[in-house]
Design a binder for this molecule. Sequence first.
Ligand code: MEV
Length: 320
Amino acid sequence: MKKVVVSAPGKLHLSGEHAVVYGKPAVLVATSKRLYIEIKSQISNLKSQNGISKLKEKDDYLSKIIQLVEKKYKTEIKNCVIAINSDIPIGAGMGSSAALAVATTGALREWLGKPWNPTEINELAFEAEKIQHGNPSGGDNTVASFGGILWFRKEFEFLKSFWLLPFKIPKDFSQFVIINTGRSETTKDLVVGVVGEKKKQLGKKFTKWLDEVENTTKKIVQSIHDEKETGFKQSFQVNERLLEEIGVVSSSTKKLILEIEKTGGVAKISGAGGVKTGSGMVIAFHEKPQILIDMAKKYGYPSFQVQLGGEGVKREEVVV
Ligand code: MEV
């Protein structure tokens, strides 16, 4: 039986989220959490909910991605079933939708017999992300395609430059914990509705905000490169304050981050954020990570530790 399994990683933003939509650099890192797409031949007399024709009838992201691939390659994909398996938290700033777009376009291209090509997978996934998010930078799908720690900048709609940083977060930096504060808004609500509106209100001051984020992003990369933890922590904290200033951090998340800072740690939201309830994933660094785990528990938020610098889109299994 023909079978294809392709996976893509979830991501975290170390710096530059939102500003990246307006042409400023961002640093993204692929994580060890992954999403898997499995495509198998459909046994003809079996009516499966995962059958391609049933999936295409739905009004969800997977269906839109399938239709985009069909349109691109002028073909109809039939007689197969598609299953999604993922350990990336959904809608929490860890790039679950970009991982879905990248793994699905990768798996469907493989299913159609196209040569394995992460650059083309990335381009197609970006088209999907535009349908889903309105005005994405393309950073999330690029890190899901290429993995590692990525310096990313959208120069034009048609040109994005990125660089896989040839170094890792130093081992002697404090350990970090990811805290999921949850959120009520979509990425589009936050990018278009919150920051887009703020841009209109702030006028020239928005350009100043963008420049400050860019400076901070550069300092964060420099301090990782130079293995200077103090500088890293300071810039991380500045990055959080800038995100608060632009209005994408909720009051409950601000309270949590302030409490982390009082115990000697630093923390920032990662990704689009969130205003009404939580703000999605918070990355927190502390010499004693147990303090962060206990604090997350006190607030009723799940917390976990992930490996950083995971692989990009990957063919897990191909049976032709
Ligand atoms: C969302 O994961 C990151 C944002 O910067 C949006 C984008 O880059 O498209 C908020």
